[in-house]
Design a protein around this ligand. Structure first.
Ligand code: ADP
Ligand code: MG
Length: 649
């Protein structure tokens, strides 16, 4: 006898309760042979399958060929009850693993009508809302009951959720969706692997709620009748329980809950269209089912390849293999329940299933419980995560300051920010107003300074005119006399006063020390009542004191006119001030110093040198006037009058 599979070592139920854990864990396979149906018995069919012990199945081919033996983790014949199957499958052990965070899968596999759905969920409901009798309840209901009871006695908070989907004609449909089932995409990412997007996951807290969810999914699942099964599933159905458990006591206060999964997969059965008599839509469904099962078989074959680590496993070939990828070749713990019919007519399909299951139980996975994200990270990565979290927090806070509404800031903070902005705006407006006023004051000061400057210039002009008139009145007799050096010499810019006379005089030009006109000579007793009046500011008669701008007589210096010095300019200024009888004081506030050639009009004090230049120019005019006068005959004494000698102003 040919034997395949693992050696029989005792009670399958007990052996599966002790679920092996290790780096490489094979897929556990339990074989279930359904009993002969009433129709098969009526036809007088004989069973070709014989159980030998608890883990071996012998197949006797019709026609007298050699028996073929298959060994599995457990072999259950048609006499075994649903409870026997549940215990033999070791589903409670799977549930424990799921509570510890493992990803566990139970899936049934076999020919259509071989009892897959029956094994998982019991017989089809006898009517709407009629529950499955408890003794006929399948693995799923029994697992649910056990799990809820286990959670209740666990003493730690556990969150239970469920999703239910079917793969029908290569489309994933949500059996728990609120509306009509619609196709959902299957995605992949690094952390989750393959997953169904937008799948509804429902939290439940009681066995009744979970049973309702299961019944809802079952009622919406596609099924049809054909010659081999009156309630043939036309889709693969996956019901998944998500178990989130907070360990007590928590190792870390921030420790995330441990998340395990327990998935029940009821595959649609492979079928020979000729045998089932499927036509039209049934035939399309059958082809789709067969294709996905073929893809599953192909993946299992490749997973058995010793070089599989280097080879590519085409999980993407079908939605079914995508969603079972982790169960078959990843980190899950997987149990396959292979279902076969005892009928000789189904023997070819049965042999195919047995071979298929034999291969599957040699496939290994690497079960791995998800750990705390923090526990999985090396220390330096933890630090980096903390730094990034802090940076993220800062950036969010900055973003919130820019877009307070977007960041969901409190109303008080928004109001504060708005008040601040409003306050800043007000401050700017006030400062603008103040600057405008200051500018206006400066402009008015500048205009006032210009006006005063103009008035002063007029006063100086008038004084110059009077001075010239006075000089004309005191002109000496036009007898022959040596010309004044001031006149003879070329006009030099240093003269503050014009050389008015041609007589030799002991008095000197206050600047260049050249002999000046006799009117300025104190020895001649001349006065200048037109200019200064009878008294000087010092109370002395001008005849008794030298003019304030005149240096003491110095005959030596008279003979040697010297170059103009700084003190001369100072005297020029004094002279100008005396001429105006008041000091030129700037009336406008001091302005910033401009370039050296800036207009002196804007600076009240700077007008003095300007006046000196004006006087100098005046001297030139008078000099040239005198020269013109000498070249013409002098007017007679009788015809001289002040009005005629006044130069044009
Ligand atoms: P599959 O899902 O593999 O197509 P089903 O589970 O629908 O097959 O079973 C087909 C029929 O056989 C159903 O009427 C079911 O009640 C019956 N059946 C299957 N397994 C058993 C069993 N172990 N005991 C009694 N009836 C069974
Ligand atoms: Mg079925």
């Amino acid at each position: 006898m040919e034997e395949r599979g693992s050696p029989d070592d005792g009670d399958p139920a007990r052996s599966l309760e002790q679920w092996p854990e290790g780096p490489e864990t094979p897929i556990q396979v339990v074989l279930r042979v359904r009993p002969m149906s009433a129709a098969e018995l009526r036809r007088g069919e004989q069973s070709a399958l014989h159980c030998s012990g608890t883990r071996t199945l012998q197949v006797s081919p019709p026609g007298g060929g050699p028996d073929v033996a298959f060994r599995f983790g457990a072999v259950l014949d048609g006499a075994r009850t649903q409870e026997d199957v549940f215990r033999a499958c070791g589903v409670r052990r799977l549930g424990e693993l799921a509570l510890r965070g493992f990803s566990c899968t139970v899936f049934t596999f076999g020919q259509t009508g071989s009892g897959k759905t029956y094994t998982l969920t019991g017989p089809p409901p006898q009517g709407e809302g009629v529950p499955v009798p408890p003794n006929l309840a399948g693995i799923m209901q029994r697992t649910f009951a056990w799990l809820l009871d286990r959670v209740r006695h666990l003493g730690a908070p556990v969150t239970l959720r469920a999703s239910y989907l079917e793969i029908y004609n290569e489309q994933v449909r949500d059996l728990l969706s609120l509306g009509a089932p619609r196709p959902l995409p299957v995605r992949w990412n690094k952390t989750q692997g393959f997953y169904v997007e937008q799948l509804r996951v429902v939290e439940f807290g009681s066995l009744g709620a979970l049973m309702e969810l299961m019944q809802m999914g079952l009622s919406r699942r596609r099924s049809s009748a054909h010659s081999l099964n009156q309630a043939s599933s036309r889709s693969h159905a996956l019901l998944t329980l998500y178990i989130s458990r907070q360990t007590m006591p928590p190792v870390d206060p921030g420790e995330p809950p441990v998340g395990g999964k327990l998935c029940f997969v009821d595959l649609a059965g492979s079928e020979k269209v000729a045998a089932t008599g499927s036509r039209g839509e049934l035939m399309l469904e059958a082809n789709s089912i067969n294709r996905s099962l073929l893809a599953l078989g192909h993946c299992i074959s490749l997973l058995l390849d010793p070089q599989r680590k280097q080879s590519h496993i085409p999980f993407r070939d079908s939605k079914l293999t995508k969603l079972l990828a982790d169960s078959l070749g990843g980190h899950g713990v997987t149990l396959m329940v292979a279902c076969v019919s005892p009928s000789v007519q189904c023997l070819p399909e049965t042999l195919s299933t047995l071979r298929y299951a034999s291969r599957a139980q040699r496939v290994t996975t690497r079960p791995q419980a998800p750990k705390s994200p923090m526990a999985k990270q090396p220390q330096h990565l933890e630090m980096e995560i903390l730094q990034l979290q802090e940076e993220n927090r800062c950036l969010r806070s900055q973003l919130g300051q820019v877009h307070p509404k977007a960041s969901g800031l409190s109303g008080a903070r928004v109001a504060w920010a708005q008040r601040n902005l409003y306050g800043m705006l007000q401050e700017f407006m006030l400062e603008n107003e103040r600057l405008r006023k200051e500018k206006s004051q400066l402009q008015s000061s500048r205009d006032q300074a210009r006006d005063e400057q103009r008035v002063l210039a007029q006063q100086v002009h008038e004084l110059e005119r009077r001075l010239l008139c006075a000089c004309s009145l005191h002109l000496p007799n036009p007898g022959p006399a040596p010309p004044c050096p001031c006149v003879m010499a070329p006009a030099r810019p240093c003269h503050a006063l014009p050389p008015l006379c041609s007589c030799p005089c002991c008095h000197l030009c206050p600047l260049c020390r050249a002999p000046l006109a006799h009117w300025a000579c104190p020895h001649r007793g001349l006065q200048l009542p037109q200019v200064f009046g009878p008294k000087t500011p010092g109370g002395l008669a001008l005849s008794a004191q030298p003019p304030p701008w005149a240096p003491p007589c110095n005959p030596d210096s008279a003979e040697f006119p010297r170059e103009r010095s700084h003190s001369d300019w100072t005297r020029t200024r004094v002279l100008a001030e005396m001429l105006m009888q008041e000091e030129v004081v700037p009336s406008a506030p001091p302005l910033p110093m401009g370039p050296p050639d800036a207009s002196p009009v804007l600076r009240g004090g700077a007008a003095v040198p300007n006046l000196a230049r004006r006087l100098e120019a005046l001297r030139d005019q008078i000099g040239s006037s005198l020269r013109r006068g000498r070249s013409q005959p002098p007017p007679s004494e009788g015809t001289r009058s002040p009005s005629r000698v006044l130069p044009p102003c």
